[in-house]
Ligand binder design. Structure first.
Ligand SMILES: Cc1cc2nc3c(=O)[nH]c(=O)nc-3n(C[C@H](O)[C@H](O)[C@H](O)COP(=O)(O)O)c2cc1C
Length: 227
């Protein structure tokens, strides 16, 4: 590419990026004028356990930033049937339950401007339920990147302090990046990759540091949506 072509190409790409950014910030600002919603999806197969608790703490911190303008919802996949087969075009057998479409409908609500994916750490990666869910979530990518410009964040809970939470967060973030979502970590003062919690005897509330990362994540999401 000669210098003139490469400059023209740069200006085209930069113009497109600026337009995309303007569209995204406009939609966040428009949402901020009314109510904006943060949805957390717990991908633990154990209902009401530590992943759900961590996400509830994160959502509570987000709501406290501005209860008038921030709505939150926790969706627990535990007990739901999220088969992966449709993500590769395999039809489900007659009578097999599929709860993904109902969850997808909630996420597709235009009021939902940020999504937090919470997963337990299983061998330094996400749960099988989380993987099935994210494979199905690929549906939005095929629908003209319907999740593009929404904010995505991750919370991981492990049975050890450093049991692979960061690796797990990264593997989920990679999927969100493929959706053109805006991936963020938790805010200051911890300011790293996302919420990283340690489950000791099925209790995360005792994990002061981990809880602070969940709170810092919630606050950052709310502040970004309202800015
Ligand atoms: C199959 C399996 C693998 C696990 N692997 C890890 C691991 O690599 N690192 C870790 O810290 N904890 C590991 N754990 C512990 C879980 O991450 C931990 O108990 C988590 O809090 C469970 O989330 P929940 O309470 O929402 O079900 C594993 C648990 C299971 C069942």
């Amino acid at each position: 590419m000669n210098p003139t072509q490469s400059r023209r190409r740069f200006l085209t790409v930069a113009g497109a990026s600026a337009a995309a950014l303007a569209a995204t910030s406009q939609s966040h600002a428009e949402q901020a004028a009314t109510k904006t919603k943060i949805v957390a999806v717990s991908c633990s197969p154990r209902k009401g356990m530590t992943t759900a608790t961590g996400l509830s703490v994160c959502l509570q911190a987000a709501k406290e930033v501005d209860p008038e303008r921030i709505d939150t919802e926790l969706i627990e996949l535990a007990g739901l049937s999220i088969p992966w087969e449709p993500s590769v075009g395999i039809a489900l057998e007659e009578g097999r339950k599929d709860d993904f479409p109902a969850v997808a409908d909630k996420l597709a609500d235009p009021a939902v401007q940020a999504i937090v994916i919470g997963t337990p750490v299983y061998y330094a990666s996400m749960s099988a339920l989380c993987k099935s869910f994210l494979d199905r979530f690929g549906m939005f990518r095929r629908q003209d990147f319907a999740m593009a410009g929404k904010i995505g964040a991750v919370l991981a809970v492990g049975g050890a302090r450093s049991g692979g939470q960061e690796l797990t967060i990264q593997s989920v973030q990679t999927v969100l990046l493929c959706q053109e979502m805006i991936v963020v970590g938790e805010g200051r003062p911890t300011g790293h990759f996302g919420a990283r919690l340690w489950n000791r005897n099925d209790d995360v509330l005792e994990d002061e540091f981990g809880i602070s990362t969940a709170q810092n994540l919630g606050r950052r999401l709310a502040q970004m949506l309202l800015s």
